[in-house]
Design a protein around this ligand. Sequence first.
Ligand SMILES: NC(=O)c1ccc[n+]([C@@H]2O[C@H](COP(=O)([O-])OP(=O)(O)OC[C@H]3O[C@@H](n4cnc5c(N)ncnc54)[C@H](OP(=O)(O)O)[C@@H]3O)[C@@H](O)[C@H]2O)c1
Length: 332
Amino acid sequence: MAFKALWITEDSNGKISREIKKREIADLPDGDVLIRVHYSGLNFKDALSASGNKGITRKYPHTPGIDAAGIVEQTNNAEFPVGAEVFVSGYDLGMNTSGGFAQYVRVPAPWIINKPANLSFKDVMTIGTAGFTAAVALRKMELLGQVPAAGPLVITGSTGGVGSFAVLLAASAGYQTIAITGKTNANEYLHSLGATTIESRSFVDDKSGKALIRPQWAGGIETIGGNILQTLLKGCKPEGTIACTGLVASNLLEGTVFPFILNGVNLVGVGSAEMPIGKKKEIWNQLANNKILLGNLSAIATEVSLDELNEVYIEKMLQGEIMGRIVVNTQL
Ligand SMILES: NC(=O)c1ccc[n+]([C@@H]2O[C@H](COP(=O)([O-])OP(=O)(O)OC[C@H]3O[C@@H](n4cnc5c(N)ncnc54)[C@H](OP(=O)(O)O)[C@@H]3O)[C@@H](O)[C@H]2O)c1
């Protein structure tokens, strides 16, 4: 049986091309469960995979999409019978396993989570890896003692997927937030998510050469890397935590040890894809019960088809132009 999928190919000169193509279910990788995908969501990693980044996807042709939600159609696993409403987020989906930018995926059962009954497929994919990652970041910070009374959290790439959920989750947990954005038209959006103040990227791009700068935030959720990550560490109040989640501008970690040894600042890593499934389920359960979060999903989501994803939104994400989450209705 044929189905529609985004298809990335590489020619003998290394040139990457993409198209929407009919694929055969028989060509999907082996796995326990065949899922008819209803929705997926666009993450930065997907945009890299779709443009030939070998750090994400080693071999082409390939279908990206690290998130997928839908209905089980074939199964050898009693936990996920035919008709079960499920989703997959992370592990190898969309990296070197055919991913969610398609009408079908076939995956190992240990990657699958039952969809919370109160969420639609679209809700789950609006949250997706991005919302989950922001939740993990805040949780890790709080395990190290981060509290709203200590002062504001700074959030970089704040109109992006991780950033939008970081602002929303932090605000819903009672934090003041400083949302950093390169966009000049994002104030209304960011305030609607709960941002307290909005600053341009230069606010967190210190070029003074100093090892420490005036502390202006009590912690941060960082998606950009390089000098911006370094600035967040230099300007963090004593005992605060900076959660490193991304590398949109740079994968470099630079700087001195002074934020750590003079101010007791913590740097924590967030890697959501490979987190053990039990822990993932626990955090998804918290997200599914966060009423403030659920009330804001429609403001964050832009629903698109596979064709629009291919023609417009992958490129927009690579250019840093996305606001919120691009949610892909694979059945359109
Ligand atoms: N650790 C994990 O498990 C995990 C999970 C998910 C994502 N991530 C990583 O987190 C990062 C964000 O992912 P995402 O899916 O949220 O991407 P996204 O939706 O594209 O958001 C990235 C945002 O970063 C800002 N930005 C873009 N280019 C920039 C530049 N050159 N300098 C400074 N800011 C820039 C833009 O926001 P503004 O215009 O508002 O500044 C953009 O919307 C990526 O590096 C991704 O790989 C990691």
